[in-house]
Write a protein that binds this ligand. Sequence first.
Ligand SMILES: Nc1ncnc2c1ncn2[C@@H]1O[C@H](COP(=O)(O)OP(=O)(O)O)[C@@H](O)[C@H]1O
Ligand SMILES: [Mg+2]
Length: 447
Amino acid sequence: PISSLIAASKSISEGDLSVRVDTTESPDELSALSRAFNSMTEQLKNTQEGLMDANRQIDERRRFTETVLTGVSAGVIGLDAKGNIYLPNRSASELLATDLDKLIGQTLGDAIPEMASLLSKAMERPGQSHQAEVKVNRDGQYHTLMVSIAAERLEGKVIGYVVTFDDVTELLSAQRKAAWSDVARRIAHEIKNPLTPIQLSAERLKRKYLDEIKSDPETFLSCTDTIIRQVEDLHRMVDEFSSFARMPQLSLSDENLSEICRQAISLEHNRHPDIDYDVNLPDQDIRLYCDHRQVSRALTNLLKNAAEAVTGHLENTKKTTSKGRIHLSITTGIKNEKEGGRGMAAMDEGTISILIKDNGSGLPGENREDLTEPYVTTRTKGTGLGLAIVKKIMEDHNGHLSLDNNPGGGASVSLVFPPMEKIADKKENGGEVGAMKVATSLLAQKS
Ligand SMILES: Nc1ncnc2c1ncn2[C@@H]1O[C@H](COP(=O)(O)OP(=O)(O)O)[C@@H](O)[C@H]1O
Ligand SMILES: [Mg+2]
């Protein structure tokens, strides 16, 4: 019996916990020892199995967490207690347009300075969760991230932090757009109604009484004319408001884009005969599946901005010798001819780009995206709706508006349309209206 105990101990030490010794045919004490031995091995086996199970569970959970982290669209970064990055997920790198895996070990403040102040708040008060909107500039574009930082604690001690964030730029913009359209609709409605009677009355006064007034007909005339002119201005502004408020659904058909461009230019040329307009279109007329009226409207808005920019610039610089110049060209297919910036990217086959270049003051400020927000204007008589409308029209066509300054001064603005199938796609999917509804309802849920 002793030799069998020895043999069993040996097997156990080699890792085989299933051996048992025979407890029947031995004297009492030895049999007790053998039983104790067996129960000890039994316990050992159970403990070992329990440990392995726990390990498997931990492993499964870790894999699950990792899959969740890779799968979620939100950016997640794990920090150690000192604020050093140790576990960024893929979305985090994508949202920040930086390869965070290469920055592991750096402090968050060094890697993403925009988040530094939020992290130091979280470090000061680890008991609370901290949230803030953080603006980051990546590749020349501003994004608004909603960032929250929570401390990870074990038995009252902070062992690390978890940073989560999401890009809310589009959401905010959609929300603002919805709010502004509402304001615009109301304003337009309230102001538009009285305008027509005011104008008609002023015209009538002028027609009926001009001859009868003997004392000071000049003043009478200039006053009525002022009323009429100002009311016209108001009318124009209100029109812009109301057209922004109810941007109609697209009605797409196969259009001659070259002709649309020529018409827009000729209209503008009539308005500003002193500006040099110059059009450069491909020999063959370009066709585009688009909403004729909307595209004309976008072009008119851009040409109007260009005209205002060159006129203003000439007045400011008092250069009477030089002339305002506005250049329109269409490019298709492989390359966009614009120098610098995002325009350098090769265009897909079938992409059509209309470029409008002027020699005016150039775009103000750093953040071009801001200019496309409603009611952002630098002009005293501006409404700030021109570019917002253009942006909306381009979004509806699944394309985009790109704003840039020329190296030699003046602005370069292009409308980039995707290949026709993509424009049609957008329409079938319900387009922007649907997206906006989703965005606003999401926001409503959040608050
Ligand atoms: N071609 C351009 N050159 C210089 N600045 C421009 C040009 N186009 C637009 N901008 C700037 O963008 C702003 C917003 O334009 P827009 O949305 O059309 O509104 P508005 O024309 O009513 O000001 C303008 O106030 C102007 O500062
Ligand atoms: Mg404008």
